[in-house]
Design a protein around this ligand. Sequence first.
Ligand code: KIV
Length: 273
Amino acid sequence: MCAAPQRLTVRYFGDAKARGQLIPMVTAYDYNHGLLMDGAGIPSILVGDSLGNVVLGYDSTVPVTVEDMVRATAAVTRGAKKAFVVADMPFGSYQSDVPTAIKNAARLMKEGGAQSVKLEGGVSVEGTIRALVEAGIPVMGHVGFTPQSIHSFGGYRVQGRGANAQRVIEDALAVERAGAFSVVLELMPSELSKDITAQLSIPTIGIGAGPHCDGQIQVLHDMLGLDPTFRPRHAGHYGDFAEAITEAVRRYVNDVGEGKFPAGQESHYSRPG
Ligand code: KIV
């Protein structure tokens, strides 16, 4: 009998910070990407509600539903068998009351197969994070720019500049106090993320937050250049797949048009050859 591949656990995060080992994370939203990320050796995948932007074509993460997240998470965990999977709790799934938050987080774990959930906010969700953790649900926090609050921020804006730095620090401290195992720091000055990383005992995972975090996370579609119309300033440049895909499909269109595809090797015959 063949043994199932060993999946990383939540302990990976604390151990990595203790060893000074930097943590790479990416997002994924489907079976194929889960499979590929596992093959690339990524230790942890976030099924982000950025799914709303990069997969569903919304202009924010606000419309994303629990159903969207459960389905995407289940697809990713069918593909990724080794990575520790974090599933985003979408807007409206945890803000109203703690029982609703626990019910929705449990769905992401039971139906989606996630090992943990992520939710946005600091001081304002401290009680919710604590209740989830007490219910046996590992929680990753998310402070700084929190995309679900885009309408309150008035757009994609760097957070924590000047006097606002203290508010972001308070949020990060609240997330740690509540028992989260890690926290995403999004869109903030490098000096601030460095300060927070030094103050926290849990690992910080940065996106648009500079090089001093304990780990980094990238939206897969951004780092691979899959959207020809948009690439955020903080995105890593690890490919230009929009161009590669467009070019490949253009060749296919030509080949079909010219009768070159399918050829013999792609065809079936009455007698196997
Ligand atoms: O949904 C997402 O992709 C995220 C990352 C930006 C951290 O929350």
